[in-house]
Design a protein around this ligand. Structure first.
Ligand SMILES: [Cu+2]
Length: 498
């Protein structure tokens, strides 16, 4: 192609944009155009949003500053509001020395935009940029975050401050609330420990699979008998909501009778979070941004890494309250936010809620029928204790994923419905994520459900979970555990369209 043709194309592409308007000033004569064409003007569209990846200080409490890689020098990254189905242009600049990936979590975007090197998305070069053009969908609460591997570098990957919310407005917003509040839950200053896992027992049903338990426990016993210590786990020093420790941020000011829609995102690299607000309940209207079949009031929310919950709280219990994590230690180190009614003052109150089990099935369609899948894909999750220089290695069907040899493990055909039967032979809870698609929850530890669409699901220790995926977005698709330690150490697989 000769350069004149290329330049003309470039110019035609510019026409109709803000940049083109500038070029079309009367002073911009045909001669000037010709001169510029010779200089090969870059094709550029003015972006709707610009994100800049760079290290920045984050003041998590007065005079208490941590340093992290952020978007636009702030934590969380700016809230990006898109309209479903309306194309957007986002410029992503990378001011760091490390090539980056920005993943559009929960959106049905092509591989080129998705932000996963495993699928083949190009990196945003160190000190370079990428202009992303895509059509946001589906509507609801999504987010963006880095998809870099961290390994033993606890400043990299999701341990950093690279997390920001996305809200995709639907064509018709029901708007059954007075206002929205976005909350991003995130820990800072991670460190490695060898304490073994802290089992958290909050999922319902709690039924464990005997076969899985025997397999997992005997492997662990054998490893420990050889003198191998438990693999590394990550702990944190500071806990924040919207980048501020409890008591050090702006309280959420509310009025009696208001209906506040909270959009909550667990931006943690590794942790499962809970949230309660004394004297109030949460009417859960969406999970991972997708409306649930049955909106139910619950006293406590639980979110695995990368999960989102949209819930309405009716403000009918005046006072000054702590909305916080159930874990006393995490809450006292910052995991909470103050909810303050107008005209109320005093020390924020926390009251421990009564024990409550988290069951996704509660929000499912009662008596709904499930569409039969075209095919079932079986997956077995396994932990090799401390097998990778002290880190646990994770396998799916006996294979630990490696970027050296990213061979697709599963194959799908467009238009077909696949049941993923996930069997967890470890005692850890895994927040399992599928890129560029969502899935329907079908069976949770033996309990059937329908109608709940998600992109992350917690698979309990020694439990079996089934989800259905409709293959409707061609291209390599990454399936992985969203726990950074797990995904970095083998817990990934690629689905390939054939
Ligand atoms: Cu995991």
């Amino acid at each position: 192609m000769n350069s004149a043709v290329a330049s003309r194309r470039a110019f035609l592409k510019l026409a109709g944009t803000a940049a083109a308007a500038e070029f079309l000033q009367p002073a911009f004569t045909a001669r000037a155009l010709k001169a510029n064409a010779a200089n090969a003007l870059p094709v550029a569209t003015s972006p709707d949003y610009t994100l800049r990846i760079a290290a920045a200080p984050i003041e998590i409490a007065p005079n208490h500053i941590v340093s992290a890689i952020t978007y636009n020098g702030q934590f969380p990254g700016p809230l990006l509001r898109f309209k479903e189905g309306r194309q957007v242009v986002v410029d992503v600049h990378n001011d760091t020395d490390t090539p980056e990936q920005l993943h559009w979590h929960g959106q049905f975007v092509p591989v080129d935009v998705d932000g996963a090197a495993e699928e083949g998305t190009p990196f945003i070069p160190a000190h370079g940029m990428r202009q992303l053009v895509f059509t946001p969908r589906p509507a609801g609460l999504r987010f963006y975050h880095t998809h870099n591997r961290a390994g033993a570098d606890l400043h990299a990957g999701q341990y950093s401050g690279q997390v920001g919310p996305v809200y995709i407005e639907p064509a018709h917003e029901p708007g059954d609330y007075d206002r929205e509040v976005f909350l991003v839950l995130k820990e800072f200053e991670p460190s490695l420990s060898r304490g073994g896992d802290m089992a958290i027992d909050f999922l319902a049903p709690g039924t464990e699979d005997k076969t899985l338990k025997e397999a997992g426990e005997s492997a662990m016993k054998a490893s420990l008998a050889k003198g191998t210590p438990h693999g590394y786990e990550v702990g944190y020093r500071y806990f924040t909501i919207n980048g501020r420790m409890l008591g050090h941020g702006e309280p959420v000011g509310v009025k009696t009778g208001e209906r506040v829609l909270f959009h909550i995102l667990n931006g943690s690299a590794t942790e499962i979070r809970s949230l309660a607000l004394p004297g109030h309940t949460f009417k859960v209207i969406a999970l991972d941004g997708n409306a649930v079949p049955v909106a139910v009031d619950v006293p406590v929310l639980w979110l695995g890494t990368a999960e989102r919950i949209s819930a309405i709280v009716e403000m009918k219990h005046p006072g000054v309250w702590v909305m916080g994590d159930l874990a006393d230690d995490d809450r006292s180190h910052g995991m909470g936010i103050v909810i303050e009614y107008a005209g109320q003052a005093g020390k924020p109150q926390w009251i421990k809620p009564r024990p409550f089990h988290w069951n996704y099935g509660r929000f499912g369609k009662a008596g709904g029928t499930t569409t039969a899948p075209d095919e079932t894909i079986d997956m077995l999750f396994f932990k090799r204790n401390a097998a990778l220089e002290g880190f646990n290695e994770w396998t799916i069907n006996d294979v630990a994923f490696s970027m050296d040899k990213p061979t697709p493990m599963f194959h799908v055909r467009q238009g077909r419905r696949y049941r993923l039967r996930m069997r967890n032979a470890s005692d850890d809870i895994h927040p399992i994520h599928l890129h560029r698609h969502s899935f329907e929850l079908i069976k949770l530890a033996g309990q059937s459900t329908t109608g709940i669409m998600k992109d992350v699901v917690m698979v309990g220790g020694y439990q079996e979970v089934e989800v259905d995926l409709v293959a409707d977005n061609p291209g390599l698709t990454l399936f992985h555990c969203h726990q950074q330690l797990h995904m970095d150490n083998g817990f990934m697989a690629l689905l390939e369209y054939i």
